[in-house]
Design a binder for this molecule. Structure first.
Ligand code: TYD
Length: 142
């Protein structure tokens, strides 16, 4: 996997004077069955979140309110993506290191995931991530 396997997905925005509406359906707007939703909120100024890669889980991140940055790393390249709209999000492939920072006050990050929570799915040390991808330990043939 490389950071080129991650993409911004634009969601439909149903504009309405009563308030806008956006929806996400599994296997339609995101390329997986939605197994789990979680959200980060009340993030104090200057805090960092993430700092891990997931072996198999795909995640789709949306700034439901406010804004934040997501830093993606694949061991060769990295990129910083600013999310600040409720109608688009960042699809992160498995085995991509992600960090999040620059949270605006009152921001909320919604995460839609392809798998239930499993601590064994996480690689939480960047050195371990680099080792993992260099040995091809994520390759099913190993
Ligand atoms: P963590 O993965 O460290 O948060 P982040 O990477 O966004 O900074 O998760 C914090 C804690 O929450 C950790 O003890 C695991 C727990 N947790 C769950 O139990 N279920 C979940 O779906 C998630 C995302 C976390």
């Amino acid at each position: 996997m490389t950071i080129d396997d991650c993409s911004i997905i634009n969601l439909q925005k149903i504009a309405d004077p009563r308030g806008n509406l956006t929806f996400i359906e599994g296997n339609r707007h995101v390329p997986f069955d939605i197994k789990r939703v979680f959200y980060l909120y009340d993030v104090p100024g200057g805090a960092d979140r993430g700092g891990h890669a997931l072996k198999t889980c795909q995640q789709f991140l949306i700034a439901m309110s406010g804004s934040f940055d997501v830093i993606l790393k694949d061991g060769k390249k990295e990129s910083r993506i600013h999310l600040n709209r409720s109608y688009y999000g960042l699809l992160i492939a498995p085995m991509i290191w992600r960090e999040m920072d620059n949270f605006s006050s009152g921001s909320v990050c919604l995460v839609v995931a392809s798998e239930n929570y499993d601590a064994a799915n996480y690689i939480r040390e960047f050195g371990d991530f680099l080792k993992y991808i260099s040995t091809g330990a994520n390759d099913q043939t190993h």
